[in-house]
Design a protein around this ligand. Structure first.
Ligand code: HEC
Length: 147
């Protein structure tokens, strides 16, 4: 009986929202919900991606991509040079370019941090197709230019 009632209520909820704008496709994002459709999508396995060829990144573009809330959204967790309202969950990346990390290491980390820290909170930017290969290269160039 309880299940039937829940189903009816859910049906009403969805019926109520019919005609509204189509929902965004969040299928590439990990989802912790058991009730939303995304909760039934499999989480993509960690991918260890090697940087191919020279970096060829544009630091200026990388900065824009990193700051945009609907693109890299890195400021949600990191302090970055020139960024406003940064979060503090991840390490301060203001001087990342002085850390001695290579282009290849940085690319692989931003592509999918889970290959280094399986428990990371950082979204798998490459594996989840949040940014393209070129956008990732631009962001890496920006990171390495932050001294
Ligand atoms: C939801 C929070 C979150 C977001 C969003 C996020 N990160 Fe991170 N990031 C972290 C955390 C936490 C760490 C620390 C390592 C760990 O726990 O995996 C980290 C580590 C890093 C590191 C390694 C720093 C070091 O010195 O070891 C880099 C580089 C990095 N992030 C770049 C980025 C970039 C570029 C973006 C945006 C495209 C981004 N992060 C978005 C949480 C985040």
């Amino acid at each position: 009986m309880k299940a039937v009632l829940t189903a009816v209520l859910l049906g009403l909820t969805f019926a109520g929202s019919a005609g509204a704008q189509a929902p965004a496709d969040y299928s590439a994002f990990p989802c912790l919900s058991y009730s939303l459709p995304c909760g039934k999508a499999a989480t993509r396995k960690p991918v260890k991606k090697a940087l191919e060829g020279p970096l060829n990144g544009n630091a200026g573009k990388g900065k824009q991509i990193a700051f945009a809330r609907d693109r890299g959204n890195c400021l949600a967790c990191h302090v970055m040079p020139g960024g406003s309202q940064p979060g503090s969950r991840g390490p301060d990346l203001s001087h990342y370019g002085s850390s001695g990390r290579s282009e290849a290491e940085t690319y692989a980390m931003v592509y999918d941090m889970r290959t280094i820290n399986p428990e990371t909170l950082m979204p798998p930017i490459g594996t989840n197709d949040i940014l393209t290969d070129q956008e990732l290269r631009d962001v890496v160039a920006f990171l390495l230019s932050s001294k």
